[in-house]
Ligand binder design. Sequence first.
Ligand SMILES: Cc1cc2nc3c(=O)[nH]c(=O)nc-3n(C[C@H](O)[C@H](O)[C@H](O)COP(=O)(O)OP(=O)(O)OC[C@H]3O[C@@H](n4cnc5c(N)ncnc54)[C@H](O)[C@@H]3O)c2cc1C
Length: 326
Amino acid sequence: MPTTRLAIIGAGISGLTLAHKLQDKFNVTLFEKADRPGGRVTSKVIGGVDFDYGAQFFTAKTSAFQSFVDEMQAKGVVGIWNGHFIEFDHTDICSERDWDESYPHYVGTPNMSAIGNWLAEPLTIHYETTITELKKTASGWQLLQDDTELGAYDWVVLTMPPPQVSQLLAAEHTFQTTLSAITMQACFALRVAPKNEQDLGFNAALIRNHDISWISKNSSKPERSEIPSIVVHATNAWADAHLNEDLQYVENHMLTCLADITQIAADNIAYRDVKRWVYANAPKQSGNPFLVDKTDQIAVCGDGLIKGRIESAYISASKLAQYLSA
Ligand SMILES: Cc1cc2nc3c(=O)[nH]c(=O)nc-3n(C[C@H](O)[C@H](O)[C@H](O)COP(=O)(O)OP(=O)(O)OC[C@H]3O[C@@H](n4cnc5c(N)ncnc54)[C@H](O)[C@@H]3O)c2cc1C
């Protein structure tokens, strides 16, 4: 049993990946503020209807991530979404194609939450535990939730979006310069259950020059319930500009945008709601895929250090794991 105590803050894809890769070398404990694993890779079943309202799908560009995806596919945790994909310029179709196995678009099965759930299975995770303070003491890093001490750890790794990492570190910490240069972008996810099956003409659509950037027929992904469900994302720019807007206003505006492209009328919708993501997407970065201070035994990893993609979260955590294992 390893004795070096490692605390990982955040049980998204990067925290879970790091824990997996280090569990034989460290005594690993994860702390997660939500009541579930997966972070931004998540789904919700509302009235029997499935909605993946964070990450929609993923591809594999590196062989390291492809091997991980292959393992998940062999275990039935992910499947391939052979969707019909359309790109719109505002409301005009500018290209369309069928996704196929020559360049697979993967999704969790039966929903995106399956990935986090599977990764979390063998790990020790304290849910509904928000780390509010880190204190360096003689016995190591003391983690606190408000006034409650959660234990001392030799190493601590923070895996949240950079602005949330930044809040937990001292203002003069050496990581702050890198963290403050990463501007996370917001998003709104509109979840819509039409009253009946809709032929949108596509399973997934990317939209340019509009206030929404994405529409997916969620129910067309593999192993979903047959009840029709649609997920719409606002552009990061529109979400940044309307971040503190009343959610009813956001919902109405996004429904109007959806109708603009799909002609789904408001009176043909059985259920709708909207989820605000304050830290959704990270633009491409060119620096190190992780931050580490070997003297203080503290590190940071996550998609924010590479790009807002599931693969980036995996690669950032894998590279840090490699470094800490050496
Ligand atoms: C709307 C949306 C659409 C997206 N679409 C795609 C897509 O189609 N394809 C793709 O590849 N990627 C997509 N992404 C990005 C992808 O989801 C992320 O790149 C990836 O999930 C990041 O994983 P992570 O572990 O680095 O961070 P996160 O998933 O953010 O994990 C961090 C975890 O830390 C927890 N946490 C935060 N603060 C604390 C604290 N103080 N104490 C304890 N826990 C804390 C959070 O609850 C969270 O679970 C999308 C994201 C969003 C939001």
